[in-house]
Design a protein around this ligand. Sequence first.
Ligand code: ADP
Ligand code: MG
Length: 610
Amino acid sequence: MDEARIHILPEHVANQIAAGEVVQRPESVVKELVENALDAGAHSVAVFVREGGKAIIHVLDDGCGMGRADLELALQRHATSKIRTLEDLHAIQTLGFRGEALAAIASVADVEILTRRASDSHGWRLVSRPLKGQTIEPAECPAGTQVIVRNLFFTVPARKKFLRSDTTELRYISETMLRYSLSYPTHAWKFHDGGDVVFDVPPQPLLERIEHLFGEDVAASLIPVDYESELVRIEGYLGLPSLARTTKASQYLFLNHRPIVNRALTHAIYQGYEHMLEKSEHPFFILSMWIDPKRVDVNVHPQKLEVKFDDERALYHAMLEAVLGSMRQHNLIPQFRVQESIATAPFAVVQEPSAKQPLVVNRITGEIVQPDTQFPTALSSSSSSIRPQAFTSRLQSRASATVTAPAQLPLSQHSVGAEAPRIWQMHNKYILVQTDDGIMIIDQHVAHERILYESALDAMEKAAENRTQQLMFPVPLRLSARELSIYRELENDLHRLGYECRLLEESSVVEITGVPVEIRLGKEAESLREVLEQYAEYQTIRPSTARDNLAASFACRAAIKAGDPLTVQEMQQLVAELFQCRTPEVCPHGRPVMIHFPLQELDRRFGRTS
Ligand code: ADP
Ligand code: MG
């Protein structure tokens, strides 16, 4: 009569719940299977996927293989050959140890395993379907193990619904493959997506691996790190400041071969770059750490991405020392730089230099033109600054589309006079404008971002105007696997935005023959890469459509930056364009573009009564 409400969950339900933690997407399956291959002592790992891993994931290794008795247990929950006691758990030497990955995967997908130990005359095939159990039979197969996972989540439609597009899922997988191939340069790696080879690399020194995966330019801009203390050994490469990106995408940190994320250690690395990078810039690094496994707890995160150290503070200092030491050795620690005149002047109205720019071909007229040189395109040597086309072209296209009388623009009455116009740039960052009833402070970057965002959206939706400036000479850009998959996904809209590119067959190089009018010449390749990377980042933090994210990425990357000096004329154009936007007040992320101080408010604060 007293019936228990509590009952023990059936095995398959428990496995599915565990799967929720371990197997979130095809990438998690790839990660677990690759870790198993590495734990099995493989020197060569091949991964084939189809449809972003949703249809099939096939991982082959040349590791130790399994005999029948082991294979029988491999899919059982908590079945592991890697630890036996609680003590072992406190000194994990392997990537896996919980014995739940295969059980979790087998609860949400069809699994086939072919495996043979080198000393056995034949191998075994295991076939398993969720809820249907497993069968094992003798089989002919090479030494090592192959695991084939088909129809992921077909028994769990709710989970399947949460998967992203094939290209996005493939991108997650590519990222994981990239990480492991960087963590194990001594291993051979193959990675295929459908019929395409994403990469195929032999065992090689890390620097060659980097060159293979990121290209010569990156490999040529690195300084080595080689540090050893009682606590930790740190090896790898730091990117020169010139390799810094505007996102954190190219940062690789490994602990005892395991890819990890750790705020403190990342902070230590950034600390090493202090004064070398702008706030918005992120260094490139690939660093491997080796620590006594007893001093690390890797059992704190479902995907084992986060780890806990017994002495995080000591490790922080070791990392900082490693980074600074290698920078000093390579003469990278710069003199302290001050731009006093700029930092202290209350208002800076910039003089126009006569910098020459490369020639541009006007696509419509076929003319070769020298871009207007009255703009400060080369004033701040490396930092990007406004290109004349950025404003004029927008102004022209708007002017022909709308019939806004110039008198409606807030600045029109000020911009005509030969006297000093009532517009100033403050700290190369804010634009101060006198309005009819007060003053307005505009954030130049955010304002330009808003303008570019709206025009990019228009361009993609209407595909009417031609926004391309043709390049005299095509510029090649080598894409990483991740960039390549985003590129493929966005190809059409990138074209509408004004990028004219061609993907060279059988390689990951795009040839850029034209870029949007807003892109500064010399920054063609950089701009495309930055847009792709920003897009990848936004996709994970901004819940929006692909098109909207692309528009925001483009706007963010192509906009003038804080720190770019502007001429009076550029400021006027910027403000005029801003007020033609549909939503001039906020940037695509919701940050304010402008602050208005009414005269009344100033009067009140100064105690004026009239
Ligand atoms: P864990 O890796 O945490 O031990 P898994 O569920 O991933 O748990 O794997 C269970 C067991 O199956 C492993 O401990 C190992 O003995 C065996 N196994 C899995 N994959 C392979 C492989 N590729 N080669 C050899 N043995 C494997
Ligand atoms: Mg495992």
